[in-house]
Design a protein around this ligand. Structure first.
Ligand code: ATP
Length: 293
């Protein structure tokens, strides 16, 4: 549904996208993660036509988004990182505006608005001006404006930033339901557990490009986990080792005559993946600093 290749975007001498390639298939949720400044928002803005790249291709549903931006724009719903709503008018009117832009008319439009407000648990707020809502409530309204009309591609840029558990669970449930019915979803976040909850494919952005893409299992299997062993002899205490093969390490301890009374294996997860990404990025910064010095 979304195909991009070789995207480059420069701001003066700063390269925000440096050959960014990413695809999202119908029914797939791609979780785009990476450090602050990795290029995630610039990518979302490029796909949605808000930013013009210096090089590369963007195809949305088979339409060249750079040559025929209107055709591509009609196929996508965008919830930008900075909430962009009309504060002086009600929640329903905000969603109605986007429903009109999505080409919905008459009774069908009103039914669709009611359905989306319900899906995002906004029905009770429908007639309140957006300006009086809390930050989390506004995030839900922003998601509603993206989802109304059921566009086949959703771009959600940190949709749960600062959201409370109720807002988060409403959003995640809506995103899962959309993907289950075939919507392609690009979802950026710094909250890694959300991506586990969404069963998302992960894409790791670093310095303007995607450096890894795959399932959590595929991306974390090479990382070490931790083996924690408490021994029967109090004098031996507790052992914690970072290891890729906890079974072999435990067998070696037993073969050496040590007697465990409790064994715990911590398998690497998304947080470990993020930490390893952080370590790689920091090393590169240190190297770069050395060159400059
Ligand atoms: P975050 O996790 O903080 O949202 P991000 O991965 O979304 O970060 P971007 O917002 O895409 O990162 O920014 C990528 C880089 O491009 C940053 O170094 C940023 O300072 C720079 N950048 C983004 N927009 C502009 C702009 N309009 N003018 C100049 N530089 C920009």
């Amino acid at each position: 549904m979304l195909n991009t290749a070789g995207l480059v975007k420069r701001y003066g001498r700063h390269v925000a996208l440096d050959g960014f390639d990413l695809e999202v298939a119908p029914g797939e949720i791609v979780g785009l993660i990476g450090h602050n400044g990795a290029g995630k928002t610039t990518f979302v803005e490029t796909v949605s036509g808000l930013v013009r790249p210096d090089a590369g291709r963007v195809s949305v549903g088979g339409h060249d988004a750079l040559r025929t931006p209107h055709a591509a724009r009609r196929l996508l719903g965008l919830a930008p990182q900075e909430v962009a709503l009309y504060h002086g008018v009600t929640v329903r009117e905000n969603v109605r505006l986007f429903a009109r832009l999505a080409g919905l008319r008459g009774r069908r439009r009103e039914q669709e608005i009611t359905r989306v407000l319900d899906e995002l648990r906004l029905s009770g707020l429908a007639d309140r001006p957006v300006g009086v809502l809390s930050g989390g409530q506004r995030r839900r309204v922003q998601a509603a404006t993206a989802m109304v009309g059921s566009p086949p591609l959703l771009l959600l840029d940190e949709p749960t930033a600062g959201a409370d558990p109720e807002t988060r669970s409403a959003l995640l449930a809506a995103v899962k339901a959309r993907a289950a019915s075939g919507t392609a979803v690009l979802y950026t976040t710094h909250y890694l557990p959300e991506l586990v909850d969404l069963d998302a494919t992960l894409a790791l952005a670093h310095a303007g490009r995607i450096i890894a893409r795959g399932t959590q299992q595929e991306l974390t299997h090479h990382l070490p986990g931790e083996l924690r062993v408490v021994f029967a002899d109090p004098a031996e205490g507790e052992l914690r080792v970072s290891t890729r093969d906890p079974g072999a390490d435990l067998a070696a301890l037993i073969a050496a005559g040590r007697t465990p009374v409790s064994v715990d294996v911590h398998r690497p997860g998304l947080d470990d993946l993020y930490r390893s990404l952080a370590a790689t990025a920091n090393e590169e910064e240190v190297t770069a600093g050395g060159v400059v010095a």
